[in-house]
Design a protein. Sequence first.
Length: 51
Amino acid sequence: MGCHKSVDHVTEAIIEFRNTNGDFMSIDELALVKGIGEKTVEINRHLISIK
């Protein structure tokens, strides 16, 4: 269950970031979200798409 709490927290941070700043224009912008860093973006880059 601990993993789900982390995922929920990051999901909420992404939604808050988008509500404040609008849509993401690049994958790299995810690193600006609280709880997501550059290393996390790089590790998961192949799983992420911006539409």
